[in-house]
Design a protein around this ligand. Structure first.
Ligand code: ASP
Length: 324
C-alpha cells in the first residue's frame, strides 16, 4: 500500500512539473565548464544578459571548471532535466570523445541540443619577453629552446589543449604542457612570463594583444582575419603548416529528457539573443562571429556536432595526440 502511495505521489509530482509554466520565478543557470573571465565564460555571460529578457527570468552563470571541461559537462548531463540547468560548451563536445579516454558522459546521448551560438578563431600567443615579432622569429626561438618550452592550456580535452597538441605535432616539437582550469588563469601566467606559449581564442587574447601584454604570431584560420588588430597576422598555413585550421564554436545544451515545451522556449530565447544587436556587438568586438544560419536550430546543431566528431576523430588519431 505504502509503495502504491509513493508511486502515486511521484506521478502527481511529475505531472505537476510538466504542467507548471516555464520558467518559474527561479534562476536558470548556464554551467560553464571553465574558470571565470575566460573565453567560454565571456560568451556565457553575454548570452545570459541577452536571454534574460526573452525568457523573463534570471539567468546566471555557474563555473564548474576542471578536467578540460568534462566536470561541468558531466554535471549538466546528470542534472534534473527541468530547464533550470544548461551547459554552454565549445568544440570540446566534438573533440573530447577522441581525445579523452573514459569520458563520464556521452556527447550524443546525454544532451538535448539547443542551438549553436558563435564561431571564434584562435591565435598563437607568447609571453611579451619572447624575442622577435614574426612567425620566423618564433620558429628560431622554439628551435633554440627545445626541451624547455612551457605551453599553457585549459586542461586535457580543452580547445587550447587540442590546438597546442596539433601545433607541437605539426612542428615536430614536444613542449611541456601546463594545464589550468581555464585559459583566464593561463593568460595571467602568460602575461607574467611563467609560461611561454598558448593557443587560445581571440575572445581571450584580443585585449591582451592590443595592450601588448602578450605577442601574437599567427591565427589558426585558413584565411587571415579581416580586422585592424589581426589583418597583418599570418595564418599558420601561410607560415608553412599546411592545412592547419582550428576554429572554435560554442553551443547550448540541456540534459537529456528536458520537456519539449521547455526546449522550445529555450531555443526561442537563444534565437532572440543571437539577433540582439548588443550581444552581436559584444561578440564581434572580441573576434567572434555570431551564428546566423540554421545551426541555431536544435536539429541542425546536433547534425553539426556529429559532423564535427566525424571531422576531428581522424585528425586527432592521425596526429597521434591523446589526452592520456
Ligand atoms: N579557452 C579555453 C579552452 O581552451 C576554455 C576557457 O577558459 O574558456 O578550451
Amino acid at each position: 500500500m505504502k509503495r502504491v502511495l509513493v508511486l502515486a505521489a511521484w506521478l502527481v509530482a511529475g505531472w505537476c512539473q510538466a504542467q507548471a509554466p516555464y520558467p518559474l520565478a527561479k534562476p536558470i543557470s548556464i554551467v560553464v565548464p571553465f574558470t571565470p573571465g575566460g573565453t567560454t565564460d565571456r560568451v556565457a555571460r553575454d548570452l545570459a544578459d541577452a536571454m534574460r529578457k526573452p525568457l523573463g527570468a534570471a539567468v546566471v552563470v555557474d563555473n564548474a571548471a576542471g578536467a578540460g571541461g568534462s566536470i561541468g559537462a558531466n554535471k549538466v548531463a546528470k542534472a534534473v532535466p527541468d530547464g533550470y540547468t544548461l551547459l554552454l560548451h565549445h568544440i570540446g563536445m566534438a573533440t573530447m570523445p577522441a581525445l579523452v579516454r573514459n569520458m563520464p558522459f556521452k556527447v550524443e546521448a546525454d544532451f538535448e541540443y539547443l542551438g549553436l551560438i558563435n564561431e571564434v578563431p584562435m591565435t598563437l600567443v607568447s609571453k611579451s619577453s619572447l624575442q622577435g615579432q614574426s612567425y620566423k622569429d618564433l620558429s628560431v626561438w622554439i628551435a633554440q629552446h627545445k626541451g624547455h618550452i612551457n605551453l599553457g592550456h585549459a586542461g586535457v580535452g580543452s580547445a587550447s589543449h587540442l590546438c597546442g597538441l596539433l601545433f607541437q605535432n605539426a612542428i615536430h616539437t614536444d613542449m611541456t604542457t601546463v594545464p589550468y582550469k581555464g585559459t583566464a588563469p593561463a593568460m595571467t601566467d602568460l602575461i607574467g612570463g611563467q609560461i611561454d606559449l598558448m593557443c587560445d581564442q581571440t575572445t581571450n587574447t584580443s585585449a591582451q594583444i592590443e595592450a601588448k601584454k602578450v605577442k601574437v604570431f599567427a591565427v589558426t584560420t585558413l584565411k587571415r582575419l579581416d580586422t585592424p588588430l589581426f589583418k597583418e597576422v599570418p595564418t599558420l598555413q601561410e607560415a608553412g603548416l599546411k592545412g592547419f585550421e582550428v576554429t572554435i564554436w560554442h553551443g547550448l545544451y540541456a540534459p537529456k529528457g528536458t520537456p519539449p515545451a521547455v526546449l522550445a522556449k529555450l531555443n526561442g530565447a537563444l534565437k532572440a539573443a543571437l539577433k540582439d544587436p548588443e550581444f552581436i556587438k559584444k561578440q564581434e568586438s572580441l573576434g567572434a562571429m555570431v551564428v546566423t544560419d540554421k545551426r541555431a536550430e536544435p536539429a541542425e546543431h546536433k547534425r553539426f556536432v556529429a559532423a564535427e566528431i566525424v571531422k576531428w576523430t581522424p585528425v586527432i588519431k592521425a596526429a597521434g595526440v591523446y589526452a592520456d
